[in-house]
Design a protein around this ligand. Structure first.
Ligand SMILES: [Zn+2]
Length: 246
């Protein structure tokens, strides 16, 4: 392939712009915010589940407390009713009186036991409510941190995209100056090797850094200026410039 030496040198500008684009793409993929967002999202999901579990437990205990309070109330009502019957003097037989007094005593004992149950449930409920409050606070904190990381990621991506847009604009302009066959070869090589063209400098291909043999250098020296050369080692387009030391 033949191409004017000036066009060949422009390939190096193109390669420089392409490597800027590659660096920007790499930055985009490796933003520290991405790892943070991933971690925070997992934390958030974990805490959200724990909040639901804790809320369920607190709700169950609230219902349990209501039921236990009703039980206390039922026993109290029965004891009051018995006490009224006793106080009314309607029961006169000593046997019935003894039985009534014994029932009242056992109802008082039962009421005391049930009140203990209510207290025990209230303690557990208080602990469960505290747990809900703590977990909700942790979850909200993680959610805020996640949102902040997402904002930082979006700002960074916007910044990168702005820079990439400028570089792509410059690349389009440089590519427009190049003959189609040379650009086609460069793009094909770029797809294969990431970098499509490299400078010959200090006897080395700057693409693969391999030193050229004396025979190879002699062949390059003898080659016409418009000959498109390729590195024997890495197959990239080898561009000769004033700095190539030929
Ligand atoms: Zn090479």
């Amino acid at each position: 392939m033949k191409a004017a030496p000036e066009a060949q040198k422009r390939l190096l500008d193109l390669a420089g712009l392409d490597s800027q684009l590659d660096r920007l793409a790499h930055r985009r993929r490796t933003l520290p915010e991405l790892a943070e967002i991933d971690e925070r999202s997992k934390q958030y999901a974990r805490l959200a589940t724990q909040v639901i579990e804790a809320e369920t437990e607190a709700g169950d205990l609230a219902r349990e407390q209501t039921k236990a309070e009703h039980d206390v109330e039922a026993v109290r009502t029965r004891a009051d009713r018995d006490q009224k019957r006793l106080d009314s003097g309607a029961v006169t037989s000593p046997r019935d009186l003894a039985s009534l007094q014994s029932e009242i005593a056992s109802l008082h004992k039962r009421q005391g036991d049930l009140e203990e149950v209510v207290l025990e449930i209230m303690e557990r409920r208080e602990a469960a409510d505290t747990k809900v409050t703590d977990l909700v606070a942790q979850r909200d904190e993680v959610r805020a941190a996640l949102a902040a990381a997402e904002d930082r990621r979006d700002a960074a991506l916007q910044e990168i995209e702005k820079e990439a847009g400028e570089v792509r604009g410059r690349r389009t302009a440089v590519a427009a100056e190049l003959p189609a066959d040379l650009l086609g070869l460069y793009d094909k090589l770029k797809d294969q090797y990431v970098v499509g063209a490299a400078m010959l400098h200090g006897g080395r291909c700057q693409g693969c850094k391999v030193a050229l043999s004396i025979a190879e250098m002699n062949r390059i020296k003898a080659a016409p200026h418009d000959e498109v050369l390729r590195c024997d080692e890495c197959r990239r387009i080898l561009v000769r410039t004033a700095e190539s030391g030929l």
